[in-house]
Design a protein. Structure first.
Length: 128
């Protein structure tokens, strides 16, 4: 098991995401801000190119297209698959700043069978 949001976790998840299908035009830099964690707040980012995860790590990315902010418990629930990101967004449990057009393009992808399979595989090797 790999500790959630550790350097090793980011390395492992990038490798696991390599088989995701191409989504032409789904290119975005996404900044995540997780608040209220056991060791404090955590910032991390994902960079997507045509639906492929090309970079991810703890820290901040310059000029993100979208910044997503969650509380720790809600972020973990989304990553475990216990909370649908669409529901979290609609309920205000996930705050979004930046391009809403990019966010609206990203959310439907979270319901695809390929993404759901990836999320399950990642959760199965993650120590939350």
């Amino acid at each position: 098991m790999t500790k959630w949001l550790s350097t090793e976790w980011f390395d492992q998840t990038r490798s696991m995401a390599a088989d995701q299908p191409e989504c032409p035009g789904l290119t975005a830099d996404i900044q995540y801000e997780i608040t209220g964690g056991p060791e404090g707040d955590v910032s991390y980012y994902w960079a997507l190119e045509d639906g492929h995860l090309v970079r991810s790590a703890r820290g901040k990315i310059d000029h993100p297209d979208v910044t997503v902010t969650f509380g720790w418990d809600d972020a973990a629930a989304v990553h475990r698959g216990d909370l649908d990101p669409n529901v979290a967004f609609m309920q205000g449990r996930m705050k979004v700043a930046g391009s809403m057009a990019v966010m609206m393009a990203l959310l439907p992808v979270t319901n695809t069978p390929e993404y759901q399979d990836l999320r399950r595989r990642i959760a199965s090797v993650t120590d939350f």
